[in-house]
Design a protein around this ligand. Structure first.
Ligand code: SAM
Length: 235
């Protein structure tokens, strides 16, 4: 199978490198995800939707939405959901989904203050160099009383599983990606960025420091993924 690009970001997460890396994985992004996670991605998205709990008539921002695969799940509820991302390639790959899509950077969102009932971000916060700024931007565009849900890779909580998982992420995952992905080098970055990412407690502290109230988290799949939640004070 022909590969389209070989572009990977480094851990300083320069925005232009991150955006072109995702342009390169876009063509087979959804398939690669499902293969690499053995279908767990569907469970994580379902749990994210349950945590966001969108209601018909609400306006929901799915940030770092990529191809819109996470947005579609949220839209099942009848809420109006918009997918925002700064990779034109990812947005283009998801265009057939017929979702409202906006090109924009998470650190300078093209939305007015207090626009959304809920903001959610799945597997994207980890890719943003200044994620404290992104958390503050998400707070700015959320209505008072509105909610935040972050779905992100995290730190497994069972010690023996932690070791096996680290081996899988660092060694096996890039090998599988070489067969499935349109930009396998991106999955070396994925492995490194997961290893480098703060654990549940440290991320929770950063979310609270950005101004979100009532920050809590729960582990999915033994802490492979964590859902962090918070809300914007006011009514
Ligand atoms: C791993 S994908 C996640 C896509 C989707 N949310 C999902 O659950 O599969 C991460 C996405 O975040 C986007 N992203 C990374 N940094 C961003 C930024 N600063 N602003 C907007 N989007 C960003 C990338 O372009 C990419 O599409």
């Amino acid at each position: 199978m022909a590969k389209t690009q070989s572009v990977r970001a480094s851990l300083d997460k320069q925005p232009h490198e991150v955006a072109s890396m995702f342009d390169g994985v876009a063509r087979r992004y959804d398939l690669t995800n499902t293969v690499l996670t053995a279908g767990q991605d569907r469970y994580w998205r379902w749990m994210t939707r349950k945590a966001v709990a969108p209601r018909p008539g609400e306006q929901i921002l799915d940030l770092g939405a990529g191809t819109g695969v996470s947005t579609v799940e949220l839209g099942r509820t009848g809420a109006w959901c918009v997918a925002a991302d700064f990779s034109q390639g990812m947005l283009a790959a998801g265009q057939s989904r017929g979702l409202p899509m906006v090109a924009g950077d998470a650190t300078a969102l093209p939305f007015a203050d207090n626009s959304f009932d809920a903001v959610t971000i799945s597997f994207a916060l980890r890719n943003i160099a200044d994620y404290d700024l992104a958390l503050r931007e998400m707070l700015r565009v959320t209505k008072p009383g509105g909610r935040l849900v972050i779905c992100e890779f995290s730190t497994p909580v069972i010690p023996v599983f932690k070791t096996a998982y680290r081996t899988f992420v660092m060694k096996v995952l890039p090998m599988i990606a070489r067969v499935v992905s349109s930009n396998p080098d991106a999955y070396v970055y994925l492995a490194e960025s997961i290893r480098d990412w703060p654990n549940q407690r440290r991320l929770g502290r950063r979310v609270a420091e950005a101004g979100w109230a009532g920050v809590k988290w729960r582990n999915l799949t033994g802490g492979v993924v964590a859902l962090h939640r918070g809300y914007k004070l006011g009514s």
